[in-house]
Design a protein around this ligand. Structure first.
Ligand SMILES: *[C@@H]1O[C@H](CO)[C@@H](O)[C@H](O)[C@H]1NC(C)=O
Ligand SMILES: *[C@@H]1O[C@H](CO)[C@@H](O)[C@H](O)[C@H]1NC(C)=O
Ligand SMILES: *[C@@H]1O[C@H](CO)[C@@H](O)[C@H](O)[C@H]1NC(C)=O
Ligand SMILES: *[C@@H]1O[C@H](CO)[C@@H](O)[C@H](O)[C@H]1NC(C)=O
Ligand SMILES: *[C@@H]1O[C@H](CO)[C@@H](O)[C@H](O)[C@H]1NC(C)=O
Length: 454
């Protein structure tokens, strides 16, 4: 049957409208190459019944309403930007106030400020692109950022307490811009939905900041959020970083702002005999899962009770690590389906084996063998029951090159590129509560939005 297409052509000026999967019965919508929103209405071949026309009219009406909603969003968006602009200029005032004060010169903190400014600039440019806007608002934002960068560069003395205030201001701005960007994403996150065919793309890197030690020498580490938080700890962040692959402590922050302020809620020094290695740890149900040294095993620290436990996985080998760091033998991961650990075995000859952890017994309930060599992978993570393995493309680009679906036992070779801030990283994992990837990128906290195919 040949569909009779009814085209509702929306003005190109409205081309910024998010591409919703507008599928209502026999009406579909898409955006054409020229940026026009095209609505196809498929009509039956023979008859043209009045009730269908009525239905169609209703659908068109709904589409028009949708356009109105998007228009209103655009208007309120401009309003929000004005708000940011004001905040930025307040920030400028604060920075210039610092010019005259203080005595302690902290080189690292200047670098941090510059990085944050660069990141801010990147965010503004992403927003500009996503809106396809030539609004003067963006130009002003750029000028503000440039001015602040100049001021920061000129500063020769600095007050540490004021620096904290500034950092907090930055964090707030970044969070707002991030939220705004999220609102603007073409595909909205659909938390918990695993009905799609898998990861479609990875967003731009969101560089939060240099680690809480404010020291780029702490290259080994990890950060992120609890993937199944207990009540009251939904906003908690974890962090650990070290100058080698050995793990001896963890920090917890009650929320994002405290993470930025480096104001820890708790600091856990791992007691003698419970030290770990490898840095592919995560927090799940208020429990840290990490690789234990002696004996070589998977270990957990229950943060509620501060009790430790471990399980030896006889087949897991300590001979195979990922490419960026030694001793990364066990990689913990959590997704919509629960808790996982990935390792290579002598029997698999170094290829990654996926294992599902039974949380109650803290044992392995199932295993899947992949054909991805662990030593060729940068890291791996689970999302919606699928293992994704990454590798380097060049110094600033990484790719997901392999996927193994534990639901169908099918493997796939892919090439989903994403940018890195720094070349190497020691911890990369997915968090199902916000559908983001968290990366500890050579000392920096970085996160990415993950887009799934619907
Ligand atoms: C879509 O069109 C087909 C064929 O004309 C028809 O059988 C079906 O009921 C329609 N679906 C809806 C939801 O109107
Ligand atoms: C952005 O806007 C310009 C001019 O208004 C237009 O030519 C271009 O096609 C638009 N791009 C997209 C991706 O909508
Ligand atoms: C940026 O700095 C220039 C030169 O110092 C100044 O003229 C301008 O007003 C500043 N712009 C903003 C938006 O602060
Ligand atoms: C996923 O698919 C199942 C069965 O097809 C359906 O019942 C469920 O509502 C879907 N979930 C979401 C979140 O769309
Ligand atoms: C942690 O301890 C609490 C309190 O005993 C318990 O309810 C919870 O199940 C434990 N979590 C794990 C993952 O063992």
């Amino acid at each position: 049957m040949l569909p009779i297409p009814l085209l509702l052509l929306l003005s190109p000026a409205l081309a910024w409208i998010p591409v919703h999967d507008w599928e209502s019965g026999n009406v579909t919508a898409s955006v054409s190459e020229s940026g026009q929103c095209v609505c196809h209405v498929y009509l039956p071949k023979i008859t043209f019944p009045a009730d269908r026309v009525e239905h169609m009219q209703q659908v068109s009406h709904d589409l028009i309403l949708e356009v109105d909603i998007q228009m209103n969003k655009m208007i309120s968006y401009v309003g929000t930007l004005e708000g940011y602009l004001k905040e930025l200029s307040d920030l400028t005032v604060r920075v210039s106030m610092l010019e005259s004060s203080a005595d302690k010169y902290i080189k690292l903190d200047f670098e941090l400020l510059r990085i944050e400014l660069r990141e801010f600039e990147l965010l503004v440019s992403q927003l500009k692109d996503s809106l396809n806007s030539t609004s003067p608002m963006f130009d002003s934002l750029y000028i503000e950022i440039r001015n602040m960068t100049l001021i920061v560069n000129q500063l020769e003395t600095f007050d540490k307490s004021n620096l904290e205030v500034i950092r907090l201001e930055f964090a707030k701005l970044q969070k707002k811009l991030e939220d705004c960007q999220k609102d603007h994403d073409v595909i909205k996150p659909d938390i918990g939905n695993c009905n799609g065919t898998g990861i479609m793309s990875i967003g731009k890197p969101m560089v939060v900041q240099l680690n809480a030690h404010l020291n780029a020498g702490y290259q080994y580490g990890g950060w992120g959020k609890d993937s199944k938080p207990v009540r009251g700890y939904e906003s908690m962040y974890f962090y650990g970083a070290y100058t080698s692959h050995y793990i001896y402590d963890f920090y917890l922050y009650s929320n994002y702002e405290n993470l930025i302020l480096r104001s820890a809620l708790k600091h856990h020094d791992l007691p003698n005999g419970w030290e770990g290695t490898g840095n592919n740890y995560i927090v799940h149900s208020n429990t840290i899962y990490y690789q234990h040294n002696t004996p070589f095993s998977m270990s957990k620290l229950n943060l509620t009770t501060v009790k430790y436990d471990y399980r030896v996985i006889p087949s897991a080998s300590a001979s195979f690590s990922y490419s960026y760091s030694p001793h990364q033998n066990m990689d913990f991961s959590a997704d919509e389906n629960g808790l996982w650990v990935m390792y290579a075995t002598e029997a698999s000859k170094g290829k990654i084996v996926i294992a599902k952890i039974d949380e109650k017994s803290f044992g392995i309930e199932n295993e899947w063998s992949t054909t991805a060599y662990k030593q060729l992978a940068g890291n791996a993570f689970m999302a919606c029951g699928v293992m994704y393995a990454t590798r380097s493309v060049d110094l600033t680009t990484e790719e997901i090159f392999y996927a193994y679906d534990t639901r169908t036992n099918e493997e796939k070779h892919l090439s989903i590129h994403f940018s890195k801030f720094q070349e190497k990283y020691t911890n990369l994992h997915y968090n199902p509560t916000d559908q983001k990837l968290y990366m500890y990128n050579n000392g920096y906290y970085v996160s990415y939005n993950v887009r799934f195919d619907k």
